[in-house]
Design a protein around this ligand. Sequence first.
Ligand code: FMN
Length: 192
Amino acid sequence: MKSLIIGITGASGSIYAKNFIINSLKYGIDLHIVASPMGEAVFAHEMEQSLDDFLQNLSGNFKKYQNNDMFAPIASGSFKTDGMVVIPCSMKTLACISSGLSDSLLQRAADVSLKERRKLILVLRESPLSIIHIRNMLAVSESGAIVLPASPGFYHKPQTIESLADFISGKIFDLLGIEHDLSTSWKGIDKY
Ligand SMILES: Cc1cc2nc3c(=O)[nH]c(=O)nc-3n(C[C@H](O)[C@H](O)[C@H](O)COP(=O)(O)O)c2cc1C
């Protein structure tokens, strides 16, 4: 049984969070979920449903924490998990993580993941990128985080938006060493 922290921020791409949560629960992963206020707001806007309403209809092992609850277990390194995924991750939260700012539970949990040398995957979304964004990506990468742009491939010929989100979820599971049945890998063409 794996357990993961999921952070949801106010970047566009709430569908990636939704898809990753559904698939993680399907694979029996324990989830500790925390969202920033803008994460909740953008989720409600893009999904036309609040994050809480979405979670209420799910079955599986998960708990959602308040972002201002610094007493939550995920604020401490002694609470062991298999990693953290920030999905989607805004440039603001990237900047906070890269500078070691822990002003919220989400940021603190990311900071803890880095200090404990646990996997931290940041599913960033912004376009175009400023030099500040790129510098912050370099800084978090140097500290051990993995930058995974919300940039799905098209070689598996996706026909639905859901399959684009599946692609990103599959890439994250690959990095976490979690078996999955989502289409992510290039199988080559007939010639080979
Ligand atoms: C509809 C909407 C879409 C947004 N999309 C992005 C985005 O793709 N990337 C980004 O970095 N910020 C985006 N933002 C801005 C962030 O929400 C804003 O910077 C916020 O302060 C992020 O806070 P958080 O990281 O604590 O969630 C968006 C805002 C709105 C309202």
